[in-house]
Design a binder for this molecule. Structure first.
Ligand SMILES: *[C@@H]1O[C@H](CO)[C@@H](O)[C@H](O)[C@H]1NC(C)=O
Ligand SMILES: *[C@@H]1O[C@H](CO)[C@@H](O)[C@H](O)[C@H]1NC(C)=O
Ligand SMILES: *[C@@H]1O[C@H](CO)[C@@H](O)[C@H](O)[C@H]1NC(C)=O
Ligand SMILES: *[C@@H]1O[C@H](CO)[C@@H](O)[C@H](O)[C@H]1NC(C)=O
Ligand SMILES: *[C@@H]1O[C@H](CO)[C@@H](O)[C@H](O)[C@H]1NC(C)=O
Length: 309
């Protein structure tokens, strides 16, 4: 707005031909807030009119105006010793003020003079505030469990009139604007990542708290783990069976070789109806081959014997 205002006034005057080519200095914003300990840009721009000199000064509350720097005829700026390490003059006439303290608050004035001796000024009022900082985000009780009445507490310092908001798993929780977030009777649906977000007009800070208590296991990852376990078990079982077969069956083949005699022992079926739900296979040496008489018991109804040399 201010920039626009300046621009318009100068446009109109220039169009009228009264102060064509006069030096112009425009401030980007007449009110600037800086954060304690950080840097602030007091931003101005100049028109292309050749400058004779440029000065920055500051008037602090209850003190006289102090010169910050003076640049003449495109030479290196002359910086007042007390600002030497903290101030940098940029090409467009702005200054960068580093490592702000509260005592930097004041009204900053930039004055430019052209070769006709015309002078133009711009002013910026700088306020300095402490950044919003979240000192801690904690749960009460310390290590909660399911069913507890849990409170998350966000301790905030600094800032001016900060506001608090809460997010769960990165989604805003509506109407939660207090420093304490109550989670009554903790249930699995409460598990997740909580974020406390503290903001003021000039700064913000955030902190995360992952609420995991016994019973919070993520069902998705649990099922993945289960499937993974299953696959591993199947693979191990398959390998085991292969090994067992190699060790125990040796050269035994599933189908008997041509001409080889296969002894099939068939027990006579008993009269009692037996629900046979599975077949039992038994591999034995010839020497151990049982006689048919041994297998007349009803539970050994149809047992097939294969032999292996
Ligand atoms: C002046 O220059 C600085 C650094 O290049 C830039 O950030 C700032 O916006 C400029 N100011 C204006 C008013 O253009
Ligand atoms: C400004 O610099 C120019 C050369 O860059 C020089 O001729 C002139 O005398 C200087 N003027 C002042 C006032 O220092
Ligand atoms: C910033 O200023 C403070 C107090 O004036 C000082 O203690 C600190 O060393 C300074 N830091 C830097 C990086 O200049
Ligand atoms: C949680 O709070 C409710 C109501 O304030 C209370 O009835 C309940 O006993 C509390 N539960 C625990 C575990 O403190
Ligand atoms: C919560 O916020 C919504 C708007 O986001 C509002 O309509 C509603 O009335 C609020 N509820 C309470 C209890 O404040």
């Amino acid at each position: 707005m201010a920039l626009l205002g300046w621009g318009c006034i100068i446009c109109v005057l220039a169009a009228a031909g009264t102060i064509a080519e006069a030096v112009q200095v425009m401030v980007e914003s007449p009110m600037v807030n800086g954060i304690l300990g950080r840097s602030v840009l007091l931003s101005t721009s100049l028109n292309s009119t050749p400058l004779k000199s440029m000065k920055w000064s500051v008037k602090k509350e209850d003190s006289q105006t102090v010169r910050i720097l003076k640049a003449e005829n495109k030479t290196q700026p002359e910086i007042t010793p007390m600002f030497l390490q903290r101030v940098e003059l940029l090409k467009n006439g702005s200054i960068l003020l580093r490592n702000l303290t509260f005592s930097d608050q004041g009204v900053y004035t930039v004055t430019v003079t052209d070769w006709d001796g015309r002078e133009e000024t711009g002013t910026i009022t700088l306020t300095v505030s402490a950044a919003v900082v979240i000192d801690s985000l904690s749960a009460s009780p310390d290590s909660p469990s399911m069913g507890d009445n849990v409170t998350l507490s966000c301790r905030v310092s600094g800032g001016t009139q900060h506001s608090i908001s809460w997010l769960k798993d990165r989604a805003m929780l509506p109407n939660k604007t207090l420093a304490h977030l109550a989670l009554p009777t903790l249930a699995p649906l409460h598990c997740g990542l909580y974020t406390c977000l503290a903001q003021d007009p000039f700064s913000s800070d955030q902190a995360d708290y992952r609420l995991t208590v016994p019973g919070c296991e993520n069902p998705f990852s649990a099922s993945i783990a289960l499937v993974g376990c299953g696959v591993v078990l199947v693979v191990i079982a398959a390998l085991g069976i292969r090994r067992w077969c190699k060790n125990h069956l040796g050269t035994c083949s599933e189908n008997p070789r041509e001409g080889e005699q296969v002894d099939v022992v068939q027990a006579s079926r008993s009269h009692m109806p037996v629900d046979l739900e599975y077949a039992e296979l038994d591999f034995q040496n010839r020497a151990e081959q049982p006689t048919p008489q041994q297998h007349t018991a009803p539970e050994d109804l149809s047992v097939i014997y294969s032999q292996c040399r």
